[in-house]
Design a binder for this molecule. Structure first.
Ligand code: UFG
Length: 335
């Protein structure tokens, strides 16, 4: 198949591009490089720098290629930032998705996999969270993804565009070959920040609140390896030949912020200085997935279900690329 990957230069997107190429698909990456990195895109993929807000660029993109399906990652994706700037999140994420879906409909492309999120569920009453749990986003980021899920529902009803909404819990880890990993600027995610503190690149890790109603008072999250997410995208692409679907993707096991720090100390063999801070607005206390549905229906089986493998692969990436893709790009340029 020929697959369009929006946001394919980003963290989850670049791992999915690698998985698609390994499967023998042709891949076209469309990314504005505001968050993503050119060096994160495997050279076998075609790369086009562009923005989903630019409808003329999208018309040109679809006129020049015959896509069988789209994987849509490009979006603003930070919970904390979305609480400070809700309207940009709601506007940009939803309007860009709408532009994309309209371009798909015009070009007769009928399959899309959406990078959706556990942030749809707000503060859920029942843990683990299954697909039919009540939707009640606790932050504008989650709300924007919910609006896109609804947009896709109507694209299916009115235009027959099939969609797979994959609600990731906390994406973590890095490609085991050491060439791809997490590199945000600024970095806000727990595991890379903890590893930076281990490496002495930050003085400490600040824990955002220890007064939650959880066993050790810190927030509990369900971490899922980025390569396992990529595998789920490949399975979802296959199922779109028959129907639309929605799946929650996690490992069904929560780890507190403190447990993440302890695991990182074990994996790195280094002491990680910790400081207690205030709660971060928009953070739910506990998010743990039930992924039984995708396991039963599509046979998804995580290859890296334990937190240690996620932290180990992330640490390996960090050690090989202390400056992230900036270092990788400089090394390429020097060759
Ligand atoms: N945390 C800290 N200190 C930090 C950074 C994070 O204590 O310096 C805590 C957060 O408060 C949270 C946990 O670590 O409890 C994980 O935080 P991340 O920022 O790594 O991830 P989030 O849970 O906020 O969000 C991630 C993705 C979202 C997705 C969500 C779904 O960024 O896109 O998982 O669970 F919606």
């Amino acid at each position: 198949m020929t697959i369009l990957v929006t946001g394919g230069a980003g963290y989850v997107g670049s791992h999915c591009v690698a998985a698609l190429l390994e499967r023998g698909h042709r891949v076209v990456v469309f990314d504005n490089l505001r968050q993503g990195h050119r060096a994160a895109v495997r050279p076998q993929a075609e790369f086009i720098q562009g923005d989903l807000a630019d409808r003329a660029a999208l018309a040109w993109l679809f006129a020049g290629h015959r896509f069988d399906a789209v994987l849509h990652f490009a979006a603003l994706s930070l919970v904390g930032e979305s609480m400070r700037d809700p309207h940009t999140y709601l506007h940009d994420n939803v309007v860009n998705a709408m532009n994309l879906v309209q371009a798909m409909v015009r070009a007769g492309v009928g399959k899309i996999v959406l990078s959706s999120t556990a942030a749809l569920f707000g503060t859920p009453e029942t843990i683990p969270i299954a697909e039919d749990a009540a939707i009640d986003p606790g932050n504008p980021y989650g709300e924007s993804k919910f609006m896109i899920e609804r947009l896709l529902h109507w694209a299916d009803r009115c235009h027959g565009v099939r969609s797979a909404c994959l609600r990731y819990f906390n994406a973590a880890g890095a490609h085991p070959d050491g060439t791809l990993g997490e590199d945000h600027n600024p970095e806000t995610h727990l595991i890379p920040l903890v590893l930076d503190a281990a490496a002495g690149r930050r003085p400490h890790i600040e824990i955002f609140g220890d007064d939650y109603s959880t066993p050790d008072g810190t927030c509990v999250r369900d971490y899922v390896h980025v390569c396992d997410l990529a595998d789920a995208h490949l399975l979802a692409l296959d199922v779109l030949a028959e129907r639309s679907c929605r799946y929650n993707l996690g490992n069904g096991r929560g780890y507190s912020v403190r447990e993440v720090v302890e695991t990182a100390e074990r994996v790195t063999g280094l002491r990680i200085p910790v400081r207690m801070g205030a709660r971060r607005p928009g953070d739910p206390p506990v998010l743990v997935a039930s992924s039984e549905r995708i396991k039963a229906e599509l046979g998804w089986q995580p290859r890296f279900p334990d937190l240690e493998s996620m932290v180990r692969t992330a640490w390996e990436w960090r050690r090989r690329h202390p400056d992230g893709f900036r270092g990788a790009a400089a090394a390429l340029a020097a060759e």
